[in-house]
Design a protein around this ligand. Structure first.
Ligand SMILES: Nc1ncnc2c1ncn2[C@@H]1O[C@H](COP(=O)(O)OP(=O)(O)OP(=O)(O)O)[C@@H](O)[C@H]1O
Ligand SMILES: [Mg+2]
Length: 471
């Protein structure tokens, strides 16, 4: 028992000394009983200078009210995610996100613990980015090129009927003022699509500003989006947020489900009345911003696990676009392979004409979890290592080579068995149909003629293999 306790104490010590967060624990009297190296680095002190001493003696600038540790001892209530900004004894500016918790043993308060995450560098970088965006925009305004967008909906290349319809719908709805939600697996082209919508809208000459909502502490994201007012917290300055910078244009909020739910409530308010208020400010500002959001999870799932607020979802649900994964638009696999080969031919000064059959059939049966991005990278890799005028099986990236034998084995394990033969024939048939459709730009009549089968048969087979008409 004692042995176990010693081990768990040592394990705990090892864990605490290696994590990224600063940890500070005090007993009931406000005397420090644990203080890790990270905390010491933040404060510019040594562990020995703090441990065993009353908090207020080590940090004379604090008092009973301003010290969160002492406050928690008084109230017995946790304080979550409070931003703190201070200059340590070495004159270094530190920005932390603190959570302070009371510690109870058998229902009795025995002390308090503070966990602080340093986000100074993240904050500095984010602020620099906002400042830069602002400078860039004002420079572009004077040079008459206001938009930073580089893609249009024409750049969303597809032979898939469903995606073609989505593009048409996007063009129609681009001019609407309503917010939009685009969702789809990673790499399905959400960012491309969103930029395309902005470009097709009457805001194309106004700013397009993108912000990823993931992995940014709530208070920082809030001040990035809404701006800050001098004095709203120690060290705060007057700074416009992205809503102000995007005035007249589009604000793209990526990975919306990673935005803290409280902030989602604030976003909903802006979507409803178009009014923002800088953090710590008192003035209401009316902004004209079209908000487009994106997520790489299905909204249903995000609602289920409560990472997306229902009320916000219903506001966004007016215009939603689901970008289907590459494995469900097989005709795009070979089409985009060709597109990427051509583009890398130019970049790498090569004359590759296409991919060999074995590669094509592997591409068609692979599940592409990383979607178009993964396909693009695979082609890029193969184009770099390819020596002849065709991409061969040997050129495949290792990961794809690893899945290939599995697929071959599955097909070959019972090669005398009828189902396996049927599977093989079907795979071959699917490849031939996809190629014929590609060659005839999706013209079913011409493709059927090329394959020597009736048009109805081709249509039936296209349905069977999820190959849609690309006319
Ligand atoms: N239909 C398409 N035509 C041409 N290129 C595409 C298409 N879809 C995606 N791409 C390319 O694939 C890559 C990934 O696209 P994008 O960044 O838009 O994906 P995403 O859905 O935003 O992914 P994530 O969820 O990981 O952010 C980019 O290089 C993009 O240009
Ligand atoms: Mg993206």
């Amino acid at each position: 028992m004692i042995h176990e306790r010693v081990i768990s104490k040592e394990v705990l010590k090892a864990i605490l000394s290696r994590i990224d967060e600063a940890i500070h624990v005090v007993d009931l009297d406000g005397t420090t009983i644990y203080y890790n190296e990270v905390a010491a680095r933040h404060d510019g002190l040594t562990v020995d200078e703090v441990v065993g001493k009353p908090v207020l003696r080590v940090f004379p600038s604090l008092n009973e009210d301003s010290s969160t540790l002492l406050k928690v001892l008084q109230t017995k209530k946790a304080i979550y995610n409070v931003a703190q900004s201070y200059t340590n004894v070495h004159g270094k500016k530190i920005e932390t996100m603190n959570t302070t918790l009371p510690i109870f043993v058998s229902g009795q308060l025995v002390g308090a613990m503070e966990i602080a995450k340093d986000y100074s560098s993240m904050k500095r970088l984010s602020e620099q980015l906002v400042d830069l965006q602002g400078k860039l925009l004002s420079k572009k305004k004077s040079s008459k090129h206001t938009s930073a967008v580089s893609y249009s909906l024409d750049d969303v290349l597809t032979k898939n009927a469903e995606l073609m319809n989505l593009k048409k719908e996007a063009v129609k709805l681009a001019t609407s003022h309503s917010p939009i939600l685009v969702f789809g697996e990673s790499g399905t082209g959400k960012e491309l699509f969103v930029q395309g919508i902005h470009y097709a809208s009457n805001r194309s000459q106004s700013p397009f500003i993108a912000q990823n909502c993931a992995a940014i502490p709530e208070t920082l994201l809030e001040s990035i989006l809404f701006g800050t007012t001098k004095g709203s917290y120690t060290g705060a300055v007057d700074r416009p947020g992205l809503f102000e910078l995007a005035h007249g244009g589009t604000l793209f909020l990526d990975e919306l489900h990673a935005m803290p739910v409280d902030l989602q409530a604030k976003l909903l308010r802006v979507l409803e009345d178009g009014i923002i208020r800088r953090v710590g400010g008192t003035k209401d500002l009316l902004v004209d911003v079209r908000v487009i959001t994106a997520m790489n999870v299905h909204p249903k799932l995000a609602l289920q696990n409560k990472t997306l607020r229902e009320d916000l979802f219903y506001r966004l649900n007016v215009l939603t676009f689901e970008l289907i994964p590459l494995r469900r638009r097989k005709e795009d696999i070979l089409y985009l392979t060709d597109v990427f080969i051509k583009s890398f031919n130019e970049k790498l000064n090569k004359q590759v004409k296409g991919a060999e059959e074995k590669v094509k059939s592997l591409f068609l049966s692979y599940s592409w979890p990383g979607n178009v991005r993964e396909l693009k990278h695979a082609v890029e890799y193969m184009m770099n290592v390819c020596e002849g005028d065709r991409l061969t099986y040997d050129d495949l990236p290792l990961l794809l080579k690893e899945v290939a034998p599995v697929q071959e084995k599955e097909m070959g394990k019972s090669s005398i068995c009828q189902t396996s033969l049927r599977e093989k024939v079907e795979k071959y048939e699917e490849t031939l149909i996809a190629e014929a459709l590609l060659e005839t730009s999706g013209n079913i009549k011409k493709a059927a003629r090329l394959l020597g089968i009736p048009r109805q048969t081709l249509q039936y087979k296209m349905q069977k293999y999820h190959l849609t008409n690309a006319e």
